[in-house]
Each structure stands twice: as structure tokens, then as C-alpha cells.
Design a protein around this ligand. Structure first.
Ligand code: HEC
Length: 254
């Protein structure tokens, strides 16, 4: 027990000096308690602001480096994408025969997959084009079935077909020039001796029939006379009569 009244070692049981006891208690440190408090709102907002500024600055400094706005064109700002060229250019190509262009179309736009490179088709499924009466007869009828497609039973060179359909090839699948070229090619390829189908005839036909969506059937095709040629109703008899008398080849093939 201490006798010095100023001693720090206070025996509370024996000390009645209230001031001393309170002073001693007041010197005690508050007990430390573990607690989790949310991060200050200001620190949170500050961090977001700094991040946003950083990205803005980063974005502004990237790009072409010359102060232009951000340019994602990795080929350079003068690069302009070009659509793929038409298989057969609508203009130019002078000196190249429709037949040669038509061969490109036949092989490049899918006919060959079904009718085969030799024009013989696949027995029972895809009819032959070589020697076919549908190819060598009326060009109006031929244009109709190639442009708008064909379905249902069909007789070609005495054989029955109809298990598959002939898809439509009107624009935009073929351009008018490609259309004329491929019709010319199948009328003159593999020993066929049909006349050419001109670009003018093909364009006129496609314009005249534009908007049709129904596929042809054999019955509807047969309503087109076998001697009806493209080139307009008035021009047809004259155009038809002239080749029929001059070259014997088209007549022989029919
Ligand atoms: C997906 C296969 C397929 C493609 C591609 C196709 N055809 Fe056909 N084609 C057929 C079928 C099948 C028929 C017979 C349809 C029927 O029986 O009703 C046919 C019929 C024809 C006929 C009339 C019958 C004959 O043999 O003479 C012609 C002409 C013809 N196609 C030309 C073409 C041309 C030209 C192209 C390309 C522009 C072409 N076809 C693309 C499947 C195809």
C-alpha cells in the first residue's frame, strides 16, 4: 500500500480521493475494437473520376496519333472497301464472247454442281442440258425456267425428272448480262447448236417479268409455244424466220 499520495499506483480500494481516481481513469486509453467501416464515399467517387479521366485521355491520345479522332481502320484512312467484282462485268468485256462469259457463269454460279461440267446432269435427279429440248427450243421458255425456277415432274429427252427443284436465277442472283451469257452457253455448249441469247433480249425479258416469284411447272412452261423466241412479240416472227431459213443447224437440232 502506497503512502505517497501522488503515486501512480493507486489502490482504488483504499483511496477515497475521487479526483485522483477519475484522473487515473481518464488517462486510460479507450479499448481498441476491430470494426469494418465502408470506404469513404469521397474516396470511391475520386477513384472513379481518376479512372474515367485516365481512359478518356488514353483514348484521345491513341488513334492516328495526329490528333484525329480514333480510327479503327487498320489499312489506313485512305482505304475504302470494294465490293467483290461481278463475275461478268456489266460494262467492258468487249471482245469476249457471250459464250465464253457464259462458261464462267455456268461454272462460277452453281449450274455446274447440278447439271455437271459435261451438261449431262445426274440420272434421275438433275436433267441433262446437252441435247435437251428445253434448252434448244423456245428461248422465252428457257429464260422463264432459268429465271424463276422449275418444280414438279418434267420430261427431258424422254426421261422423267422431278425429284429435285431447279432454283430461280433472276437478278440479283445473275445480272442480266450473266443471264444472257449462261443461256447462250448452254444453248451452244456440248455440241448444242442453239442461237445466242443477247444481253438486250435477256434484259428486256427480265424487266418484263420482274416481280414474279412463283416457280414454273412443266404445264405452265408448255403454255409458251415452242417457237416463241425472246426479242419482243412483234420481232419474234421475223427473228425466228430469218435463222430458220439461213443456217440449217438450229433446225437440225430441234
Ligand atoms: C440445285 C441444283 C440446280 C442448279 C444449281 C441448277 N439447276 Fe437447272 N435444274 C435442276 C433440276 C432439279 C431441274 C429439273 C426440275 C424439275 O424436274 O422440275 C433443272 C432443270 C433445268 C432446265 C430444264 C430441263 C433441262 O434439262 O433442259 C434447264 C434448262 C436448266 N435447269 C438450266 C440451269 C442453268 C442454266 C443453271 C445455272 C444458272 C441451273 N440450271 C442451275 C437443278 C439445278
Amino acid at each position: 500500500m502506497s503512502t505517497d499520495p501522488n503515486s501512480q499506483n493507486i489502490d482504488y480500494r483504499s483511496t477515497f480521493n475521487v479526483a485522483r481516481v477519475h484522473n487515473a481513469l481518464a488517462r486510460e486509453q479507450p479499448e481498441r475494437v476491430a470494426e469494418s467501416r465502408p470506404v469513404s464515399l469521397w474516396i470511391t467517387l475520386g477513384a472513379i473520376a481518376v479512372t474515367a479521366l485516365a481512359f478518356t485521355f488514353y483514348g484521345a491520345q491513341r488513334g492516328t496519333g495526329s490528333g484525329d479522332s480514333l480510327n479503327y481502320n487498320k489499312f489506313g484512312s485512305s482505304y475504302q472497301p470494294r465490293p467483290p467484282e461481278a463475275l461478268v462485268p456489266e460494262t467492258g468485256g468487249a471482245g469476249v464472247s457471250l459464250y465464253a462469259l457464259g462458261e464462267k457463269v455456268y461454272k462460277g454460279k452453281g449450274c455446274v454442281a447440278c447439271h455437271q461440267p459435261n451438261g449431262q446432269g445426274t440420272p434421275g435427279v438433275y436433267p441433262p442440258l446437252a441435247g435437251s429440248e428445253w434448252v434448244l427450243g423456245s428461248t422465252e421458255r428457257l429464260a422463264a425456267l432459268v429465271a424463276y425456277g422449275l418444280m414438279g415432274p418434267l420430261t427431258v429427252k424422254g426421261q422423267q425428272y422431278g425429284a429435285a427443284i431447279m432454283p430461280a436465277h433472276a437478278p440479283p442472283i445473275l445480272t442480266p448480262k450473266e443471264f444472257a451469257a449462261v443461256l447462250t452457253y448452254i444453248r451452244q455448249g456440248w455440241g448444242n447448236a442453239g442461237s445466242e441469247v443477247s444481253v438486250e433480249e435477256a434484259s428486256a425479258y427480265l424487266n418484263r417479268t420482274k416481280g414474279r416469284s412463283a416457280m414454273y411447272t412443266e404445264a405452265e412452261l408448255k403454255t409458251i409455244p415452242d417457237d416463241q423466241m425472246l426479242g419482243g412479240a412483234a420481232a419474234a416472227p421475223a427473228a425466228d424466220a430469218a435463222p430458220a431459213t439461213t443456217p440449217p443447224a438450229p433446225g437440225a437440232s430441234n
